[in-house]
Design a protein. Structure first.
Length: 257
DNA sequence: ATGGTAGCTACGCTA
């Protein structure tokens, strides 16, 4: 089973890019983030035409996630538990062929020192609690998405310059590791322990893409039952170089299921 | 050099 995650930065602005990539890469499941539209206006038909069942969770203007699958999806969950008053559309989860799969968009958290950063930390605590429960099910679990977390200094072009950023500061990285320590495997680093410049995001500004000033912030976390079946994890830089590109590029895992 | 770009929305916010 091939699963892709991609922060598309507006599904409507990106429709030709996303459709074209899905036709070529043909993942069984595509996890999208930052669809930036309301659920009802998600262009579901454009993806159904490619053979996908569509489950979008959106809101006006910001955020929004989607789970596209070539196989039936059951037991859909459309919000991350733990803070019922949280209205931001950042989580969708369902079961595909016995695998529990989630598309998540973790809050950015900048600027640190505003309410945005404690919200990010609370969201990570909620994800940790939920991820712990998922492990107890014993099924393979794949949590993919834009984590807005740079796991280590090898995952950013200028670690010193990013030390106080919400994506890289110690408190953020420690909390990310707390989730891993529950028993999850970060797929890319597990298969490519020494690969440098393996970024998944390049800012639109300051020529970040041509200068390869990137970050690796889009990740797959796998439960032991999923990690045991992991054969491939790859970043496809192709879409970032296209016209009208998203600032993120897709990451893919393949599981032998 | 205190900028730069992109998307949503209709101005400033978010990233």
């Amino acid at each position: 089973m091939r699963i892709a995650t991609w922060n598309v930065n507006s599904v409507k602005a990106r429709l030709p890019n996303v459709q074209g990539w899905l036709e070529t890469a043909s993942p069984d499941v595509a996890l999208l983030q930052e669809i930036k539209c309301e659920t009802a206006s998600f262009p579901a038909k454009d993806f159904e035409a490619l053979g996908y069942e569509v489950h979008a969770v959106g809101q006006k203007s910001y955020n929004g996630v989607a789970l596209l699958s070539k196989h039936p999806v059951t037991d859909l969950l459309t919000r991350l538990p733990g803070e019922p008053e949280d209205e931001q559309a950042r989580y969708v989860e369902g079961t595909v062929q016995g695998v529990r799969v989630a598309s998540l968009y973790l809050p950015n958290g900048n600027p640190v020192g505003t309410e945005k950063y404690p919200y990010k930390l609370r969201w990570m605590d909620r994800l940790k609690a939920h991820a712990k429960g998922l492990l107890e099910s014993g099924q393979p679990v794949v949590l993919g998405g834009d984590y807005n977390v740079i796991p280590g200094p090898e995952d950013v072009y200028d670690p010193k310059g990013w030390t106080e950023d919400a994506l890289f500061r110690q408190e953020t990285r420690l909390k990310f590791r707390e989730i891993l320590h529950l028993g999850y495997t970060e797929a890319f680093r597990a298969l490519h322990p020494d690969m440098a410049h393996a970024y998944s995001f390049w800012d639109y500004q300051a020529g970040a893409w041509p200068r390869d000033m990137g970050l690796r912030i889009d990740h797959f976390l796998l439960s032991p039952q999923a990690a045991d079946r992991l054969t491939v994890c790859a970043i496809d830089r192709g879409p970032r170089g296209q016209e009208k590109a998203s600032d993120h590029t897709p990451v893919i895992v393949e599981l032998d299921v």
